[in-house]
Design a protein around this ligand. Structure first.
Ligand code: 5AD
Ligand code: SF4
Length: 547
């Protein structure tokens, strides 16, 4: 069965991209091959997102398309993975009988077995037998199991194998950038958000596993690692303890844990905090030239973390800290657990410690905002505009509120802001943020930065007819097996000028022309860190030259 060809399409966040990469790695190891043409595949997989309705609609329309194909190719196996599978559960099988395999994000370690079962039974399964799928082992959902303490450790352990599998499977040659998970799940329960439901309770990975994974990636040539977690700054691993549930460590029998010290006074057990983890990776894996992390939660972000970043030259001066709204009333309804004043206090503190433009290391902030949360008034919206002005972030991902079944807001607060109002507020915020981003871009002119060269610029790709990933903000779309790697240039002629795209450690994109001919043709620069000077800006995009 393992000689089948697989097509994998990924929606949603970086966590999903990483899941896709790990799943693809596992399947390759088992002998599956991958194709970037859905039409050529025996197994078509969608790794889905539920965060907004639009993300789900795209998958529904894909399932509609594939349904037509299945009519002529009954042997085709269709799988829905990720958050949508978990959120819709088996109801999805009723609505889209074309789906053979359902696998939630907390069950991906079981995917190879589910696909194998589906391939074995596909020919014999008639429409009337769809209900047999669960018993045929083609559905793996976690339900609410991960929030039950008895099963949490088991869930964490088996899933941990998927992350660990990377330590033995090769990554793409030429890959210079990689994601590494530090925490699964989320305990925040913001009232608009499906994630605590789809990805389950927060589980922190052991620091040793994380560091080994970083070392393995570095040995394979990776120079940039982005640590992933829904709230990375809540990372906290208690050595020798059972896993954490809802932020509270469940002690093993006969032990007590308290305090946030590195060694517990009562038990002598060690605790690894997020600051410790960053410090250890920075020290123990120096080949990682850039260490980033997303997403930060505006609360519980201590000076200890900021100081480690300041004192570690290879940790990026970039924080993605979503405020979501500038109105305290709305923040409260969202259950965010902080006021806008506390958010400003955090930004001021972060800037006081980390913003050092004079040494070429300004701190860059980015965030997320939701407009049209239920009951949001014009005054609330004005407060959000103030928040944008005050936070002066390099960019903001702006979303219109989308009611998600299963969330508290969906159940309790009617979606009462009309679509036209949401759209207008969305556009106003986009315009305001564009002004701010432009101003920040202009401040970069004349500065020099070390940049990681990622590949051809968008314009250059278009010129050459290379496929360009649709730029859809947070909801990126990666086709045919996601890998956050660096593009490889294969058809560059040394005589013509080539525009490359590179990134500063603060996540600013700089375009520059590779020198023609000579000692450093474009291919050579890709995947390397080089120094550029910013010469000009064209709106939000920076143009520079090699120094
Ligand atoms: N509607 C709109 N945006 C949402 N987000 C999360 N849930 C919703 C929702 N129901 C946004 C938040 C979050 C980002 C990943 O997506 O801004 O930070
Ligand atoms: Fe990622 Fe959230 Fe979408 Fe799940 S619902 S894929 S966690 S953005």
């Amino acid at each position: 069965m393992a000689s089948a060809r697989v097509y994998l399409e990924t929606y949603g966040c970086q966590m999903n991209e990483l899941d896709s990469e790990l799943v693809a790695g596992r399947l390759r190891e088992l002998g599956y091959s991958f194709t970037s043409e859905s039409g050529e595949a025996d197994v078509v997989l969608y790794n889905t997102c539920s965060v907004r309705e639009r993300a789900e609609q795209k998958v529904w329309s894909r399932l509609g398309e594939i349904n037509k194909r299945k009519a002529t190719e009954p042997g085709l196996v269709v799988g829905v993975l990720g958050c949508m599978a978990e959120r819709d559960g088996e109801a999805m099988l009723g609505r889209a009988p074309v789906v053979d395999v359902l696998c939630g994000p907390g069950e991906l370690d079981k995917l190879p077995e589910l696909i194998d079962n589906a391939l074995r039974t596909r020919a014999s399964l008639t429409a009337g037998e769809r209900g047999a799928r669960r018993s045929a082992g083609q559905v793996a959902l976690q339900g609410d199991a991960s929030r039950r303490s008895s099963t949490l450790a088991a869930a964490g352990d088996s899933l941990e194998m998927l992350d660990l599998s990377r330590a033995i499977s090769p990554i793409d040659a030429g890959q210079r950038s990689a994601y590494v998970r530090i925490t699964r799940g989320c305990n925040k329960f913001c009232t608009y958000c499906v994630v605590p439901r789809t990805r389950g309770a927060e589980i922190h990975r052991p620091p040793e596993h994380i560091i080994d994974e970083c070392k393995h990636l570095a040995d394979a040539g990776v120079i940039e690692v982005t640590l992933l977690g829904q709230t990375v700054n809540h990372y906290r691993f208690e050595h020798g303890a059972a896993v954490s549930i809802d932020g509270v460590t469940q002690p093993q029998k006969g032990r007590t844990y308290k305090g946030s010290h590195h060694r517990d006074a009562l038990t002598g057990e060690r605790v690894t905090t997020f600051a410790d983890l960053l410090r250890r990776i920075h020290e123990e894996v120096p080949a990682i030239q850039r260490l980033r992390f997303v997403t930060s939660y505006p609360r519980d972000f201590g000076d200890d973390v900021l100081e480690v970043i300041r004192d570690s030259p290879r940790i990026c001066r970039y924080l993605h800290v979503p405020a979501q709204s500038g109105s305290n009333r709305v923040l409260k309804k969202m259950n965010r657990g902080y006021t806008v004043e506390e958010y400003y206090e955090f930004l001021d503190r972060a800037r006081a410690i980390l913003d050092q433009p004079e040494i070429g290391r300004p701190l860059m902030i980015s965030g997320d905002v939701i407009v049209g949360f239920p009951t949001e008034t014009e005054d609330d919206f004005e407060a959000t505009k103030d928040m944008l002005r005050r936070s002066r972030s390099k960019n903001q991902f702006i979303f219109k509120y989308s009611p998600r079944p299963g969330t508290l807001a969906y159940e309790k607060i009617p979606d009462d802001v009309p679509e036209a109002v949401k759209r207008r507020r969305n556009n106003e915020l986009l315009a305001l943020q564009t002004e701010i981003s432009d101003a920040i871009a202009r401040e970069q002119v004349g500065r020099e930065y070390d940049v990681l060269v990622e590949g051809l610029s968008r314009a250059e790709k278009k010129k050459r007819g290379v496929d360009v990933k649709p730029g859809t903000g947070m909801i990126g779309l990666t086709v045919g097996g996601a890998s956050p790697g660096v593009a490889v240039i294969d058809d560059v002629d040394a005589a013509t000028s080539v525009q490359l795209s590179a990134r500063t450690d603060g996540d600013l994109i700089v375009h520059f022309d590779a020198p023609t001919g000579g000692a450093r043709p474009a291919d050579d620069l890709v995947g390397r860190i080089v120094r550029v000077r910013v010469d000009e800006t064209n709106r939000m995009s920076l143009r520079g030259s090699l120094v």
